[in-house]
Write a protein of this length. Sequence first.
Length: 196
Amino acid sequence: MKKLVLATSNQGKVREIKALCKEYEVIPYTELIDAFEIIEDADTFKENALIKARAVYKALDDENVVVMADDSGISVDVLEGAPGIYSARYGGEDANDKDNLKKLMQDIEAKGVMSSPAHYTAAIAIVTKGIEKTVHGWMYGTALTEAKGEGGFGYDPMFIPLGYDKTLGELDEEVKKELSHRSRALRLAGKILKSL
């Protein structure tokens, strides 16, 4: 079984990617080396994903390893695309998922609306010897000012995907797996991994 090293220690992402990449032994890089700070200073999801994948590939110092990194977030129309690439730290440097969720719901409400069109973006970068590839996945829907459901992670309880009447926090994992931005990007990444 091929090893796929993830440039993340986010347990929510690790779980999701493991479930979608069953033919690989998926390992967060922190099981191989100590966690280190990676400065994500690009202005696109794609470039930030590449920064993470390159940094972990270099730190592992094993040219045969395949590293995958994901950079993803939510963009809300009424907030002119915010939080976007700042989704993970929207509530401040030490913010957790709940802090981020609360701030985003408050910011939408501050615009005088109860919901807004929004979309998730996932950019996935794959880095291995002499190869750098990126793919994207998107999921469109509506961001709410109220959290519903206990499932998922991040902004899931406030986002209703297009064509549904429940939030990602309320939807069944199997349904979510089919339509999530990350699973769409991972399906494309899977084709790249097979070609390596």
